[in-house]
Design a protein around this ligand. Structure first.
Ligand code: UDP
Length: 504
């Protein structure tokens, strides 16, 4: 079924005992639907889906099934955790759009209905393959519910599990006979399921042992065609529950940031006055808002500021995708299950610092926010980054790959033909007789013309001359001349992210 274009059909299958459980997920799916449709349409152009097999997939969301204890749904609009709901929304939307036969469960009765025949068959004939379901997407909480209901899970069933596990699970927490001491002691509620580690699907690429599932990061709201507000000097703080502010030892760094930009936040978790008590008075609080509104705020902001907790969820990536710099509080020593209660029961030794290691400069400033001079330094750099009054070199020079062009071709074409882009920042670095010589032109013997030119630096064959630029404003990636071979400042780029380079 490749015609799943109607989001209402999907929303209609999201039914459970309490409507509130699916509310936030439904809103996200609805809001993202145009993106899913566009992505699916482009995928269909590239991949022939005619022969894909429709799978019967059960998606059981344990955190919602245990709503009475966990309150994920109730707190979704009040500053509670949303990362898991983001991920579940995207799992549901993508599997549905791919045409699979999807049942989504947020209560035990539904799982029992779907797996009931299997559970019965298992009693009568324990070796029987469960044949009414091909795959089960589930979380740790749901897996525990399931094990309680159907007892020990047979290998034929276990291999069908895909555990949506935001933190990831390391081998010593998965293998139930692991004998050596685990730093920090027991693994609490998680682990010991003896699955293939790749059955754990993580929110970030924490460890290659697990599978990286991820989530969708989108920018300004779809359809309401982005009337891009001029970027005001604003910061948005990463902390949507008042508790995240209450426990802050030192709010001094926010004062430093406030010297440079307006400080905004979306904080809930109490009445307006309760929340206000824990926020510095200069913070402009919008209360917890919809995702579309978060994106609008991010779009208007220059900086997204971490408080230290939450550590890393979807929000910093959305911020970076919307053009913000991210101030990422550094912990020394890094937080792990030995020194931080939050990580105590997680089936991993430590969470991987994704923004710091995988994104890094210039988008992410991982700094000790208690050292105010570091904050000051970061803010100065951020405010200057897009400032054409004071030149700050970027990208770093190590990304430069000088390339000799053929006569008549622009640097845009020359770089592209080598799988790179022309980087204007680097023109000044290769604009000299020495540089032309080093890169293969006979410029130690030819005449040198120093002129304002659209095709400099370059080498003209007839009459032979090396051309060196005298007017920086004329440096051009697109300039061409039939008689001149250009020297081009190319750099590699990230696939699908042409503004970023591989090593910078
Ligand atoms: N978000 C929201 N309203 C707000 C603040 C955030 O809808 O007022 C969204 C945000 O756009 C992101 C999601 O909450 O998609 C979860 O982000 P976060 O990184 O805070 O993850 P969590 O810590 O909740 O798991």
């Amino acid at each position: 079924d490749l015609s799943r274009t109607n989001v209402v059909d999907l929303l209609n299958i999201l039914v459970t005992d309490k409507p509130v459980k699916f509310e936030w997920i439904k809103r996200r799916i609805e809001q993202m639907w145009p993106h899913w449709q566009a992505a699916f349409a482009s995928m269909k152009e590239r991949i022939d889906l005619q022969n894909t097999v429709q799978k019967r997939i059960l998606i059981h969301i344990g955190v919602l099934s245990n709503e009475d204890k966990m309150h994920f749904a109730k707190e979704a609009t009040k500053g509670g955790p949303l990362g898991e709901l983001v991920q579940w929304s995207d799992v549901i939307a993508s599997l549905y759009m791919l045409g699979h036969d999807v049942t989504v469960s947020a209560d035990l009765a539904t799982v029992q209905r779907v797996l009931g025949s299997f559970a019965k068959a298992k009693k009568q004939c324990p070796q029987e393959m469960p044949d009414n379901i091909d795959l089960v997407f589930i979380d740790y909480i749901g897996l525990r519910e399931l094990s309680v209901k159907i007892g020990t899970l047979l290998p034929q069933f276990k291999c069908k599990l895909r555990i949506v596990d935001s933190f990831g699970t390391e081998a010593q927490f998965n293998y139930n006979l692991f004998k050596e001491n685990i730093p920090g002691g027991s693994m609490g509620a998680y682990g010991r399921h003896n699955l293939d580690l790749r059955q754990y699907q993580t929110m970030f690429p924490h460890s290659p042992d697990n599978s990286f599932l991820g989530f969708v990061v989108n920018t300004s709201p779809p359809l309401k065609a982005a009337k891009r507000t001029r970027r005001k000097a604003k910061a948005l703080v990463y902390g949507k529950h008042v508790g995240m502010w209450q426990n802050l030892q030192n709010k001094g760094f926010l004062e430093v940031i406030n010297k440079y930009v307006e400080v905004h936040a979306t904080v809930g978790g109490g009445s307006e006055s309760e929340v206000a008590r824990h926020l510095p008075n200069f913070v402009i609080n919008h209360g917890v808002v919809s995702q579309a509104e978060v994106h609008k705020l991010l779009n208007e902001s220059m900086v997204f500021v971490g408080l230290g907790f939450p550590y890393e969820g979807p929000a910093p990536l959305e911020a970076i995708a919307n053009g913000c710099f991210f101030i990422n509080p550094k912990f020394n020593p890094p937080r792990n299950r030995l020194n931080t209660p939050f990580f105590k029961n997680k089936p991993t030794l430590r969470q991987h610092p994704y923004c710091e290691e995988f994104i890094g400069s210039p988008h992410v400033y991982t700094i000790d926010v208690n050292v105010l001079s570091e904050v000051e330094e970061a803010m100065k750099e951020i405010v200057l980054k897009e400032d054409f009054c004071q030149h700050k070199p970027w990208p770093p020079i190590k990304a430069l790959v000088p390339v000799q062009g053929e006569a008549g071709r622009s640097c845009k074409e020359v770089c592209l033909s080598k799988g790179m882009v022309c980087e204007p920042e680097f023109f000044s670095k290769i604009n000299s007789r020495d540089s032309l010589t080093e890169n293969g032109y006979p410029c130690n013997t030819s005449a040198v013309e120093e002129v304002p030119s659209l095709i400099a630096p370059g080498y003209r064959q007839n009459p032979p001359a090396c051309i060196v630029q005298t007017q920086a404003l004329l440096f051009s990636c697109t300039g061409t001349s039939p008689s001149t071979m250009r020297l081009c400042p190319c750099r590699k780029f990230k696939k699908g992210q042409v503004a970023l380079c591989e090593e910078c």
